[in-house]
Design a protein around this ligand. Structure first.
Ligand code: CAA
Ligand code: FAD
Length: 385
């Protein structure tokens, strides 16, 4: 069960968490992966299991029902879940690194006391920033919020919202004063019972068990006390949290690459052609060695960014590099893994092809690869000019 890693910086607690998440992923998630992918639906028992394992409030304080663990622990959990199923991994990732973190970091005491226990114990959260007309250009969002006494009325549409089919808690970014441009963007917390409706559930190439929906807000009434961080603070909250969240997606892509490798490599030592295991032909062995090196490099980038964040050091460039690189590695290694297993790798039975389908999303969400490269390039320009 022990997960392969040459990282020597994990604490004893983190190593224990890694092994327990691995066990949950292999024993509880593993048997359901194919069915969930084919049905394009997350099994509610898996979500319940994530709550029971304490994985839905990893960094949340014990006082609020959480595990009070480190940011690196959240990253470990995301990596280990993705080794078995990147869909389950992203559910846990968005819920923790985006939703819980915004509340922990920017929520008032009342907001933290009210929402963090629900999020740790039973209610799934989602992060609603993207819209039909604003993806990469996220701050051009068109959802509007208008004050009405002690309430705010939100109108608009959100697209591509992960977890939104299962979610009961929604962090919604809407502009309260378009004359101020992105400085009017404000973060609201809404609950499903306020009247949030799913307009459309997407059918996707990969991470098919992870829900991705469009939400329409038609005079959605949210009380004033549900504004997070103050009027006009939403854009900073969104991007500061995405800087951290990108380390989570790097971990998801890292775990995915490791999962494809774990499935295909043993097969190459069992399968014989020309009288020898195919994995021992130099042409194959070198590809395998190269893939292992790329996974290791992605792991070091990801965990370095996580530790920098945890220690309060600047980490935005490192997070962008980790997400960009791990997404490239995930796509490359999962593609090679299909080829290493030959015809059987191309069938649905082994689950290797699923990792490759799932890998494409790494270069798209939480900022496309070009957006990560833009971020890295801006830092380089600043450093060298
Ligand atoms: N960190 C901190 N602040 C940043 C920043 C960063 N990486 N990038 C920009 N900013 C700040 C700037 O400092 C500036 O703020 P001030 O005016 O207060 O100084 C402000 O943002 C605007 O800066 P720019 O004009 O340079 O930014 P822009 O408008 O060209 O683009 C962006 C900014 C929208 C953040 C863009 O760079 C970006 O990241 N786009 C991708 C959006 C994204 O990641 N969406 C993810 C949705 S959630 C998701 O996808 C979840 C999931 O699937 C699982
Ligand atoms: P576009 O922004 O239209 O980009 C199209 C192409 O143009 C890309 O190749 C891009 O790299 C390129 N491009 C755009 N601008 C530039 C530039 N300045 N320089 C160079 N190239 C550029 N959003 C949420 O808010 N919450 C979620 O939970 C969420 N989950 C998602 C789940 C899935 C499965 C998917 C597919 C998306 C999700 N998103 C979510 C939205 C996601 O963050 C956006 O899809 C992403 O930011 C890209 O936006 P876009 O799709 O509009 O592409």
């Amino acid at each position: 069960l022990a997960a392969p890693t040459s990282l020597h910086t994990l604490t004893e607690e983190e190593q224990m968490l890694k092994e327990s998440v691995r066990r949950f992923a292999v024993e509880e998630v593993g048997p359901k992966v194919r069915e969930m992918d084919e049905n394009e639906m997350m099994d509610p028992k898996i979500i319940q299991g994530l709550f029971e394992q304490g994985l839905m409030g990893i960094e949340t304080s014990a006082e609020h029902g959480g595990a009070e663990a480190s940011f690196t622990s959240a990253i470990i959990a995301i990596e280990e879940l993705a080794r078995i199923d990147p869909s389950v991994s992203v559910l846990c990732d968005v819920h923790n690194t985006l939703v819980n973190t915004i509340l922990r970091k920017y929520g008032t005491k009342e907001q933290r006391d009210k929402f963090l226990p629900m999020l740790a114990e039973s209610k799934v959260g989602s992060f609603c920033l993207s819209e039909p007309a604003s993806g990469s250009d996220a701050f051009a969002l068109q959802s509007r919020a208008v004050q009405d006494g002690k309430d705010w009325i939100i109108n608009g549409s959100k697209m591509w919202i992960t977890n939104s089919y299962e979610a009961e808690i929604f962090l919604i970014f809407a502009n309260v004063d378009p004359s101020k441009g992105y400085k009017g963007i404000t973060c609201f917390i809404a609950t499903k019972d306020m009247g949030i409706q799913i307009a459309k559930k997407e059918q996707k190439l990969g991470i098919r068990a992870s829900s991705t929906c469009t939400l329409n807000f038609d005079d959605l009434k949210v009380p004033e006390e549900n504004i997070i961080g103050g009027l006009g603070k939403g854009y900073k909250i969104a991007i500061e949290i995405l800087n951290e969240g990108r380390i989570g997606i790097a971990a998801q892509m890292l775990g995915l690459a490791q999962g494809a490798f774990d499935k295909a490599v043993p097969y190459t030592y069992e399968r014989k052609q020309f009288g020898q295991p195919v994995g021992t032909f130099q042409g194959m062995a070198f590809q395998i060695a190269e893939a292992a090196t790329q996974i290791e490099a992605a792991r070091l980038l990801t965990y370095n960014a996580a530790r920098r964040k945890e220690e309060g050091l600047p980490f935005t460039k490192e997070a962008a590099m980790a997400k960009y690189f791990a997404s490239v590695v995930a796509q490359k290694v999962s593609g090679s893994a299909i080829e290493w297993a030959g015809g059987v790798g191309f069938t649905r039975e082994t689950g290797i092809e699923k990792f490759w389908r799932d890998s494409k999303i790494g270069a798209i969400y939480e900022g496309t690869s070009n957006i990560q490269l833009n971020t890295i390039a801006k830092f380089i320009q600043k450093e060298y000019s």
